[in-house]
Design a binder for this molecule. Structure first.
Ligand SMILES: C[S@@+](CC[C@H](N)C(=O)[O-])C[C@H]1O[C@@H](n2cnc3c(N)ncnc32)[C@H](O)[C@@H]1O
Length: 456
């Protein structure tokens, strides 16, 4: 358009010049549309977002990653896209589900408050939650009557649900008649929501608390009602996206004690893609390695911005995470300590464009102490697989099938290695507990040290 108006401003009467001008305009229009069209068609075919577009053509996001603080402790730096400003209230119809109390209840962007306003989506999320929670119990083959690690209590009920961030109760209102009010507890930081929900559902237990400070193992031991003796929890939540990764890492840690069995949670679409990414994909990273090791993960469905108030600029996903639990996790880790694995994956993914050799060198120096030993480690052949992994591999277990390291493992890029292969690298660098069946799984490995209770 700019080009056309410039052409007009010359006011040339020469017809040939005008025709040339129009041709150039058409050419430029087509030319500038090619990258967008390519990206659009590729995203339809592959489902991938257009990460490789220049920043001018896509939304700018903050960078993610692990950063080491002054104490040498790794901290996860959130990468979730900043929340866009609220859409004008006038564009939201009065029939939205649920309605927020008029006047006083303005969504707080700082708390990631994007409320569900579509009854169908609410119903789909609750259905997916019930499916995840019951399937996980069935997968473990124990009908839910298992003991929590470190507890003598038996669970009586298969479903004890925790809703994270209930807000004005869009999900809560449907969960209560579905699973029963005494089988549900909510955790919410916003006092306005706590008051609103307490008025609406006086019998509901709502914990006025920061979700990042929840001590899941002790929550799992507490009975929810008179017929309950405590037991594993099933999580549901339309999460506040600004702390998605931190919430998920806390759940992974809680699965060490079998305190959490399943999680059915919304998240930014791109974060969901990272969790389910296959190796050699640009979405593959720390979240992938951790959650494909700790859980069976799937995306239930994509959620458009239009079902939220205010509308976020990003698409969302509903994910189902079925935690494998301490027994299977120990079998997969074969004596490797999760904290050692964390050090390895955070080191190499900090330098994801470099080879594993370059990404792990500094950590190897810290662990092994001298250059010679580091060189030996980096040049060494993979260890023979532990017997239990061979057995699982022979049984066709998908995780074990991907565990063997290639001989040139050190010259691979981090995203080319499977979660099982990261376990093998960690075993080579740190060694592993011989008695893998009882190897300790600490309370805090993936979550931040200042989150949750101080026990470890
Ligand atoms: C995306 S909204 C979901 C609200 C409601 N469940 C819905 O779907 O309409 C996220 C909710 O999490 C709450 N929240 C945000 N940060 C929190 C935190 N650190 N601890 C507990 N709740 C938090 C917000 O106040 C809000 O109610």
């Amino acid at each position: 358009m700019v080009f056309v108006s410039e052409c007009k401003s010359t006011q040339r009467s020469d017809a040939a010049a005008t025709v040339a001008c129009i041709k150039i305009t058409i050419f430029l229009t087509i030319f500038s549309a090619i990258p967008l069209a390519t990206c659009f068609s590729r995203s339809i075919i592959t489902g991938h977002s257009c990460h490789d577009l220049p920043l001018t053509l896509r939304q700018k996001t903050t960078l993610q990653g692990w950063v080491q603080d002054n104490d040498g402790e790794w901290q996860w730096q959130e990468d979730d896209a900043p929340y866009p400003s609220s859409v004008a209230t006038s564009t939201i119809t009065a029939t939205a589900t649920p309605t927020l109390p008029s006047g006083s209840f303005r969504p707080k962007q700082s708390l990631g408050q994007n409320y569900l306003r579509d009854g169908n989506t609410v119903a789909k999320i609750v259905r997916a939650f019930v499916k995840d929670a019951t399937e996980t119990l069935a997968r473990r083959n124990d009908g839910g009557d298992s003991k929590l690690e470190g507890s003598t209590q038996q669970t009586q009920r298969p479903l004890r649900a925790i809703e994270l961030g209930p807000g004005a109760g869009a999900l809560t209102d449907v969960l209560i008649p579905t699973i029963g009010i005494t089988n549900l507890q909510c955790i919410e930081i916003d006092g306005r929501s706590v008051e609103l929900l307490s008025d609406k559902h006086p019998e509901l237990t709502i914990r006025h608390q920061d979700v990042l400070q929840v001590d899941y193992p002790s929550l799992a031991k507490q009975p929810f009602n008179n017929n309950d003796a405590g037991g594993p929890l099933s999580i549901i939540g339309n999460l506040p996206y600004y702390i998605t990764s931190q919430i998920l890492f806390a759940l992974a840690d809680a699965s060490h004690t079998d305190s959490i069995r399943s999680a059915t949670v919304t998240m930014q679409w791109e974060v969901g893609r990272r969790i389910i990414a296959p190796p050699s994909c640009k979405d593959y990273g720390i979240l992938t390695v951790v959650f494909q090791l700790y859980a069976d993960c799937s995306i239930h469905f994509k959620i458009p911005p239009t079902v939220f108030y205010p509308k976020p600029k990003v698409d969302s996903a509903l994910l189902g995470l079925h935690f494998v639990g301490p027994e299977k996790l120990r079998r997969r880790l074969v004596g490797v300590r999760p904290e050692d694995l964390r050090n390895v994956v955070t080191s190499v993914f900090q330098k994801r464009r470099k080879t594993v050799r370059n990404g792990i060198r500094k950590l190897a120096m810290k662990v092994l102490g001298d250059e010679e030993r580091v060189k030996l480690f980096l040049d060494s052949e993979p260890l023979p697989l532990p017997e239990v992994v061979k057995m699982d591999r022979d049984d066709g277990d998908a995780f074990a099938l991907g565990q063997e390291l290639p001989r040139d493992w050190a010259s691979k890029r981090p995203e080319e290695l499977t979660p099982g292969q990261f376990i093998e690298i960690t075993r080579m660098l740190y060694g592993a507990d011989e008695d893998w069946e009882t190897c300790p799984l600490r309370n805090k490995v993936w979550r931040k040290l200042n989150h949750g209770s101080n026990s470890n």
